[in-house]
Design a protein around this ligand. Sequence first.
Ligand SMILES: Nc1ncnc2c1ncn2[C@@H]1O[C@H](COP(=O)(O)OP(=O)(O)OP(=O)(O)O)[C@@H](O)[C@H]1O
Ligand SMILES: [Mg+2]
Length: 290
Amino acid sequence: MSNNIAEQADEAATRAATQNPDAFAAAAPSSAPAGIGKAPKKMIELIDVDKYFGSLHVLKHVNMTINAGEVVVVIGPSGSGKSTLCRTINRLETIQSGSIVVDDKEIPAEGRALAKFRAEVGMVFQQFNLFANKTVLQNVTLGPVKVRRLKKSEAEKLALQLLDRVGLKDQAHKYPAQLSGGQQQRVAIARALAMKPKALLFDEPTSALDPEMVQEVLDVILALAKEGLTMVIVTHEMAFARDVADRIIFMNDGEILEDAPPEEFFQAPKTERARNFLSMISWHNPSAAA
Ligand SMILES: Nc1ncnc2c1ncn2[C@@H]1O[C@H](COP(=O)(O)OP(=O)(O)OP(=O)(O)O)[C@@H](O)[C@H]1O
Ligand SMILES: [Mg+2]
């Protein structure tokens, strides 16, 4: 690694730890090991959360609890507040009232405590957000080395394990531009896991992908769900949602209108709004369609 790249890494790590957590999503199954499954412990709790953009009321008295090991899929029409919900959980957006508690700690407003918090809840975005000038391996080791203070050799060992887990061990020395979109998103997931996060948020992780690459990413997320990782997933992939979710949350106009197990929600939505929404979406995931 040249000095130049080392400097960039420092800069990037600082950025990630302070204000750009998308660079290092964080949430590893270490806190919810395989086999523990659906523990009753609360991992994420939103209490009466209100969020405004200017005069626009984007989250309205949102109350939501996600237990450790639970997988919650958030669906709803465009503009209903799904991304904002994820971003407030990770404090990429401030809230005007209410509170957000993660693993029994209220999210700090700013400073070092916030940076530390951001290493504990990871986020995977639609647009991967990998560092273009770093190899896959560097992308995955940067956070653990700079933020978690792992030795480089340990971070590389962990990164290779995680890359293996997402099917990309042999791509470690490539640059993001040399990978397909599906591979890049799997690197982004490995990078998130490398921070050993307590929970992982996905905001439409497959919407930027060509259709033939969607399934490989969904398969990785499904595997993480089976291992007991706490996850919040915003997606339009309804068949996947039905398969992966313990609960479906349906949002409309900043409110949670429904919160139910998938079989209940998809078979018998309680609100007219959800019925309309479901009648308009396509179930185009061929491997999981009913
Ligand atoms: N930075 C911002 N400034 C002002 N308004 C915003 C901002 N971000 C989002 N909004 C508005 O907040 C509302 C909720 O947006 P959000 O992106 O959370 O919706 P969404 O459910 O994720 O939609 P989509 O399915 O299109 O991604 C929308 O009305 C949107 O226009
Ligand atoms: Mg969105």
